[in-house]
Every structure is written in structure tokens, then in C-alpha cells.
Write a protein that binds this ligand. Structure first.
Ligand SMILES: Nc1ncnc2c1ncn2[C@@H]1O[C@H](COP(=O)(O)OP(=O)(O)O)[C@@H](O)[C@H]1O
Ligand SMILES: Cc1ncc(COP(=O)(O)O)c(N)n1
Ligand SMILES: [Mg+2]
Length: 708
């Protein structure tokens, strides 16, 4: 049965509520939904296309994406690069044959078919026109007005038996209907409200999937070495298995004394003791999948080989660990040929490039050559080979699945900027064994395990474990989705917020005003317009800072904001004094301008948080004016914009100098510290409000600089 059709989420913008469709889909896909059908009866095509583009990114190949009714939107979204797999059509939508013609032979096309007549009509169509039918409703439901009479599980079964294509049950399905529907011949189930309206879409999706597969968690055994620092070996495997929904077990082949910097010693317990561990497990427990990692020497390999001969689980993944990331050997070189013969027992081998070279018995010249070598290894071992590109130089970290017949599926991926890659191979292979054991095809298994690994790599540095190559954050996804709140520190908040406005900062750098300022080519009139608005801004900004001083919780902070307020108003006076001189020829009228719409909008934002918000949000809102100017000042000063910006001959030198002033940089550091410390101590709601106020003020800063 095609697992791709198992669990459909049909979206409903109203039921998704405040969380929104995109976030609901993100959670549901993480929980194991296999098809996402975007259904929005009211949005126009342009909005549907936008949503498809967003959903495609969020799904990232982990589930099929289809759209209800809108064939044209599907095509338009594909043109914008979205991976839209197909459409779901009702009886009165575009005829399926026409949709097939427009979308091509590979598209997934579903059709609602609720009566024997609908199914009979299907037989008149050329084969391959419709991939599945949606049959329902199962129970009365409110998400489809005027739905046909409820079929119940038995009624569904009768129709499904009559269908020439797989039948997916839809309409009012409850969790307890799932297993009976599967028994009644359903190829999958589709739910709307049960997931959209659920508080936790992820665990609800997971629950539906569990009832569908009839499994609570696959039982996965790791046969591998121990890494006491917890990032690789069985410790990594157990975390990876758990993070991917499996029950983990571990038989230890070897003990290493290692940390994030390297392996110090290896102790291999007597081989018969490994056999005792393995027998103890298989005598009692049904094992769904096994992952094999470090095997140390030929004797260990022999034990595993003979145990597998008698107790081979359905899924066997072998990670041919030979050399650790740190360069330390984990397999006796004399055991390499024994490992090659053990490979015959594998469903999947997961060598890194060095290990592939050993398995292939030759040196590799680049990625394409590695794929050819993998084809040879796959042909010889009758196993699939996942070639891992983690050790490639350059900006990409792809993996490629090579099958016995030489077929290659490449999984592209940008390299994640981190040195915390200790145990990535161990973790990936354990995740692969686990996902596969939930009944998923290999290519989808690789997609899902990689998506999990990448999320764990993205969060790796935040674990802050060790001084070498750190471990990945195996439960990053779970933690992020609220299973457990890890309180961010002031430092991580600083990083996150600054990264969060990276796009805004890049846009500011590219503004003609900034470029002209840096190069000294800015039209004088424009600069004066800017100064006039800046003066107006500073006067109000000073009042907002004074309000921060009034509300500050400690005298030190109070003095800081009061100083800043004083600085801002002094700056305003200074602008007048230094530019309203006979030499500049600027008249007082220039500074008598009224605030522009942009200035007013920015000040409104600041006043809104200052006079109706809380203190933490207020100081978050005033921060961009410190931080963005200090950053710009420093980079102009360092010549990053390619100009001698602070050269005395530069027409705006004296003005620019104020922003490269060390005292200003110091004030900015303190402001950042007060804000991020307040954020670290705040509850989630306040912290989020702070972040939004910070981001909004940054957007206003950009608009402020956008003078042409
Ligand atoms: N910096 C990175 N960014 C993204 N993926 C990575 C990175 N480093 C490793 N990977 C991924 O981690 C997995 C392990 O790969 P690799 O490092 O080649 O193997 P090993 O850990 O066994 O030496 C692969 O899926 C690889 O693509
Ligand atoms: C016990 C043990 N097993 C395997 C590895 C390899 O780790 P990686 O996944 O980084 O290749 C390791 N460092 N320690
Ligand atoms: Mg490895």
C-alpha cells in the first residue's frame, strides 16, 4: 500500500485560527501527515498561489502538496518554484481529464467520489487519469456544507471495494475510526477539523498516524560503540531513535573514551559478551529495525554477522564507521574485508566519502565519481547506498541514495554553518532505521530523516557542549514545538534578533541614500531633508527615552536611559548649531519642516509602546536606533562601503563621525545588554512582544533611510 496516501490534512483557514494554515501544516507534517491539501474556498487565486509557495517551503518534500480545485493556481505556483504535486477536484470542478492534460502525467490527481455512479464514471476514463478518490463522508461533519449522507465505516468499505483506484476516507473521521477504516480497505484517511482545530497539531497528526500504522513506536536496536560525551555512538543513536518516534535499545560493541575533541582510548569487551547482549534482546523482544555502527574489529563483526543470520529484523541499516570525524580510527583496518561481507546483510549502507572509498576499494575523485563508486558497492552488496556529502568542500551538503540498479536520487541541501557535526553520521543512520520501521519507503525515509537531521544541526550550536566539534541538538524540533521550553539566554536572544533583521539590514545597505552617504555623492538637498527629519525624530525619541528612564527598574538603568535621552536632545541641538551656520547657508526654515509620513509612523510606533506598553517592550523598540546606527557607523568607518567615508574631506564627515564615536558604541552595548537581559527574564508572551517591537522599529529605520 502506498504510504504517500496515508494521512491527508485538508486545511481550513478558519479552523486553523490564529496559528494559521502554514504553522498548522508545519506541525502536522512534523507529526507524520503524508498529504497536505490546501483548501480555501474564499481566497482568490493569487492568494492561493502565495500560500502554495509558502507551504511548499514548509513541507520541504516531506509530504505531498495538492490544492483543492485550483488547477491554474497549482500551475502558477509551480512556475514560482513551488513543489505542488497536484490537485484534488470535486465532481463540479474542472474535469479530471482536462486537469491531467494540463498538469502532466506525474501530477497527483484526486477526485471526490461519493456514489457508485461517480465510481462507475471513473472506469470510462483512461487509466492513470485519477490517482485516488476521496470517499465520504464517514460521519456527519460541519466542515463541508451540504455533504452527502454519512456512510459510516461499512458504507465506505462497500464503495472502496468498488473503486478502480485507491480510496481515501474523508469526512468527520475520529481517531477511533482510523483502524477500522484501514481494515475496510481505505488507502488513507483525510482529516480537516481533527487536526486544524487541535491545540497541538503535531501530536494529533502523530496520533492519527499511529492509529493508522497500528504501532505505538518501532522497536529499534543500535549495535554500536559508546561515546561518553553523548554526541555519537549509542548515545546519539538512542536520542535519534527517540526523536524520530522509536523505542531505542543498544547493544554495545566497544567503549570509547572520547569527547568533542577526539577519541583517547578504545576498549573492546570480549566478543562473546556482545553476543550475550544481542541474545538477551532477541530472546525477549521483537526488533523492528537495527542500526549498526562502530564494530571495532573482525571478531565483533563475526558475532554480529552470525546473530543477524539467525535474527535478522526487517530493516537493517549499516553505518560503516571506520574513522571518526576527529580522524581517529574506530575499525581495525584488517577488519575491512569482514565489513564488506557483513554489508551483504544490509538494506542500506550509509558511508561517508572516506568510508565509501574503502568499501569501493579505490580512491574517489569528486562527488560524481563517488556516485559511480556507490553504484558498484550497491550492485555488489545488493544494498541501497546513501552517499553522504558532509565532508565535501563548498557550500553544499547533499546526500544521494543509490539503488542496486544504479538509480540515483540526490537530496540537495545547503551546508549549515556549524562545526557541531560530531555524531551526524551515527544520528542519521539511527533516524533512518527508525523512520523506515514506521513503514515508509526508502526515498521518503531519507527525506524525513534528513529534514530532522538538518533541524538538529541548525540548533546544534545552541547546546554549547564541549570545545571541539560539538553534538547536534537531537530534540531541537520537539523543544521548539513547545514540548519543552528551553529558556533563551541574553546572548542567544542577541544573536536571534540580529539575525532576524538580517534582511532589513541588507536592504538598508543597498539604499541609494546610504550608498550616496558613504561615497559622499549624496545630493546636499537630500541630506538636509534627512537632517531636518532626524532633528524632528530626535526630539520625540528623547521623550520616549525619558519615559524609559522613568520606568526603569534600577537606578543604574534609570541613569542610563536618562543619559541617552539627554544625548538625543543634545544631538538635536547640535544639528541645529553645526548646520545652521552662515557657511552652510542653511536657513532656519529647513529645520522648521513638519514630520514626514515616515517620521510620523516611526514616532507613532515608539509612542505607542512608550505610553501604553510595558517597560521591556519599550526598551526593545528604542534599541534599533542605537544598534543599526552603531553598526552602520562602524562599517562606514572600516571602509566596508568602499569609500573613505570618514575622511575629513568627505562632505558629511562631521555628521558621520558621531555614529562611529566609541562612547556611542558603548552606550549601544549597554542598551543591547539591558534589552536582551530583560528578554531572557521575560515570559514567552512578553519576549515575543519585545521581538516584534524591535523588528517593527527596524522596519521604520529602513524606511527612514529610504530617501530618494
Ligand atoms: N554542515 C553540514 N550541513 C548540513 N548537513 C551536514 C553538514 N555536515 C554533515 N551533514 C550531513 O550529515 C550527515 C552525515 O554526513 P557526513 O558528515 O558525510 O558523515 P559522517 O558523520 O559519517 O562522517 C549527512 O546527511 C550530511 O549531509
Ligand atoms: C562510538 C562512536 N561511534 C561512531 C563515531 C563516529 O561519529 P560520526 O557520526 O561523527 O561519524 C564516534 N565518534 N564514536
Ligand atoms: Mg560516520
Amino acid at each position: 500500500m502506498n504510504p504517500e496516501l496515508w494521512i491527508h490534512l485538508v486545511t481550513d483557514p478558519e479552523l486553523c485560527g490564529e496559528r494559521g494554515v502554514v504553522e498548522t501544516v508545519r506541525q502536522a507534517v512534523a507529526g507524520g501527515v503524508t498529504v497536505v491539501q490546501l483548501r480555501d474556498k474564499h481566497a482568490d487565486d493569487a492568494a492561493v498561489v502565495d500560500q502554495l509557495v509558502q507551504l511548499s517551503q514548509v513541507i520541504d518534500g516531506r509530504a505531498l502538496l495538492v490544492v483543492d480545485d485550483r488547477v491554474d493556481a497549482a500551475i502558477a505556483a509551480r512556475r514560482r518554484g513551488a513543489a505542488v504535486d497536484g490537485v484534488h477536484l470535486g465532481q463540479s470542478d474542472m474535469p479530471v481529464a482536462e486537469a491531467r492534460r494540463r498538469l502532466g502525467p506525474d501530477a497527483v490527481i484526486g477526485l471526490t467520489a461519493n456514489t457508485p455512479a461517480h465510481l462507475a464514471a471513473l472506469r470510462e476514463l483512461p487509466e492513470g487519469t485519477v490517482d485516488y478518490v476521496g470517499v465520504g463522508v464517514i460521519r456527519p461533519t460541519s466542515t463541508k456544507v451540504d455533504h452527502p449522507p454519512a456512510l459510516g465505516v461499512d458504507g465506505f468499505g462497500a464503495l472502496a471495494a468498488d473503486s478502480p483506484v485507491p480510496a481515501v476516507a474523508i469526512g468527520g473521521i475520529r481517531i477511533d475510526d482510523v483502524a477500522p477504516l484501514r481494515k475496510a480497505g481505505a488507502a488513507g484517511i483525510a482529516v480537516v477539523s481533527a487536526i486544524c482545530a487541535a491545540e497541538d497539531a503535531r501530536s494529533t497528526a502523530q496520533e492519527f498516524r499511529r492509529h493508522w500504522t497500528g504501532r505505538v513506536a518501532p522497536r529499534v536496536l543500535s549495535i554500536a560503540g559508546s561515546d561518553p560525551s553523548g554526541g555519537a555512538g549509542i548515545q546519539a543513536d538512542l536520542k535519534a531513535i527517540a526523536a524520530n518516534g522509536g523505542y531505542g535499545m543498544a547493544a554495545i560493541t566497544a567503549l570509547t573514551a572520547q569527547n568533542t575533541r577526539g577519541v583517547r582510548e578504545v576498549y573492546v569487551p570480549p566478543a562473546p559478551f556482545l553476543l550475550a547482549q544481542l541474545d538477551a534482546i532477541s530472546d525477549d523482544i521483537h526488533i523492528d529495525a537495527v542500526k549498526i555502527g562502530m564494530l571495532a574489529d573482525a571478531e565483533v563483526i563475526d558475532v554480529v554477522d552470525s546473530w543477524l543470520a539467525a535474527h535478522r529484523p526487517t530493516t537493517v541499516v549499516i553505518d560503516p564507521v571506520m574513522v571518526a570525524t576527529s580522524g581517529d580510527r574506530l575499525l581495525d583496518p584488517r577488519a575491512e574485508s569482514a565489513l564488506r561481507s557483513l554489508a551483504l546483510r544490509a538494506d542500506l549502507l550509509t558511508p561517508n566519502l572516506d568510508e565509501l572509498a574503502v568499501l569501493a576499494g579505490r580512491a574517489l575523485e569528486g562527488w560524481d565519481d563517488a556516485l559511480r563508486a556507490a553504484q558498484a558497492v550497491a550492485a555488489e552488496s545488493h544494498a541501497l547506498v546513501l552517499v553522504k556529502g558532509g565532508h565535501l568542500a563548498g557550500p553544499d551538503a547533499p546526500d544521494a541514495l543509490v539503488d542496486r540498479d544504479g538509480g540515483i536520487t540526490v537530496f540537495p541541501g545547503a551546508r549549515i554553518a556549524t562545526t557541531s557535526t560530531h555524531g551526524t553520521g551515527c544520528s542519521l543512520s539511527a533516524a533512518l532505521a527508525t523512520v523506515r520501521a514506521t513503514g515508509v519507503e526508502w526515498p521518503e525515509t531519507v527525506g524525513a530523516a534528513r529534514a530532522w537531521l538538518r533541524e538538529s544541526l541548525h540548533a546544534a550550536d545552541s547546546l554549547d557542549v564541549g570545545r571541539g566539534s560539538g553534538p547536534i541538538s537531537h530534540f531541537a524540533g520537539l523543544w521548539r514545538r513547545g514540548g519543552l521550553q528551553i529558556r533563551p539566554t541574553a546572548d542567544t536572544i542577541r544573536e536571534e534578533w540580529w539575525d532576524g533583521i538580517a534582511d532589513i539590514r541588507r536592504e538598508i545597505d543597498r539604499l541609494p541614500f546610504i550608498r550616496g552617504l558613504a561615497e559622499g555623492t549624496l545630493a546636499r538637498g537630500l541630506f538636509l531633508t534627512y537632517l531636518a527629519q532626524d532633528a524632528l525624530y530626535l526630539r520625540e525619541y528623547a521623550r520616549v527615552l525619558a519615559e524609559a528612564a522613568r520606568r526603569a527598574p534600577t537606578p543604574v538603568e534609570q541613569a542610563f536611559w536618562a543619559d541617552a535621552a539627554q544625548g538625543a536632545i543634545a544631538g538635536e541641538l547640535e544639528l541645529h548649531a553645526s548646520w545652521l551656520t552662515p557657511e552652510t547657508g542653511i536657513s532656519a526654515a529647513t529645520f522648521a519642516a513638519s514630520p514626514s509620513a515616515v517620521t510620523t509612523a516611526y514616532l507613532d510606533h515608539l509612542r505607542a509602546v512608550a505610553f501604553s506598553g510595558d517597560y521591556p517592550t519599550l526598551i526593545a523598540a528604542v534599541l534599533p536606533c542605537f544598534w543599526l546606527y552603531t553598526d552602520l557607523g562602524a562599517r562606514l568607518h572600516a571602509g566596508e562601503f568602499g569609500a573613505q567615508a570618514l575622511d575629513a574631506a568627505h562632505p558629511f564627515a562631521s555628521w558621520l563621525a558621531t555614529y562611529a564615536d566609541p562612547a556611542f558604541a558603548e552606550a549601544t552595548e549597554r542598551a543591547i545588554r539591558y534589552v536582551t537581559e530583560a528578554a531572557a527574564g521575560a515570559n514567552d508572551g512578553t519576549r515575543e512582544r519585545m521581538r516584534r517591537a524591535f523588528e517593527a522599529a527596524s522596519v521604520h529605520e529602513r524606511a527612514f533611510f529610504d530617501l530618494r
